[in-house]
Ligand binder design. Structure first.
Ligand SMILES: [Cu+2]
Length: 156
């Protein structure tokens, strides 16, 4: 319910959505890896594929570099046989969030910095990296991050 509500508000107005995120849940009030992008502005396209294989789960690529201030359009594709998600944040935040997911495995994400994809589905996130540093995209479904589903974003 809250996800539907939040998504509606985002499209209505990002300004109104900000305080809403503050009281709907688990720490999305401020985004640690930058800010939601503007889909109308130019963006570099980076495709990220999610899949399983050889006892591992992974993102391809597992590392990208961006310039500070750059806007990226992540084109997400789940080529696996299981649901996966893409949560863009700091490592610290993702670890904390993964612990919360263990208590509530059905928690689903559809926030500006995260998407959950069923097998063979495609989705997009437009993101602006406003801070220099090292960030990560992780799959926080219990067991997946541990199985290798971490990617690193270096912002220079
Ligand atoms: Cu996963």
């Amino acid at each position: 319910m809250r996800l539907i509500l939040a998504a509606g508000l985002v499209s209505a107005s990002a300004l109104i959505a900000a305080p809403v995120f503050a009281d709907v849940g688990h720490g999305h009030a401020a985004f640690s890896a930058g800010e939601p992008g503007n889909p109308k502005r130019p963006a570099r396209v980076v495709q990220v594929v999610m899949r399983e294989g050889d006892g591992k789960m992974l993102f391809v690529p597992e590392r990208i570099e961006v310039k500070r201030g750059e806007q990226i359009r992540f084109v997400l594709r789940n080529n696996g046989d299981l649901d996966h998600e893409f949560v863009l944040a700091t490592t610290k935040e993702n670890i904390k969030h993964a612990e919360e997911m263990k208590k509530n495995p059905e928690m689903e994400h559809d926030d500006p910095n995260s998407k959950r994809l069923a097998p063979k589905k495609t989705s997009e996130i437009v993101w602006r990296f406003t801070k220099a540093g090292t960030f990560e995209y992780g799959c926080l479904i219990p067991g997946h991050r541990e199985a290798g589903m971490i990617g690193t974003v270096i912002v220079k």
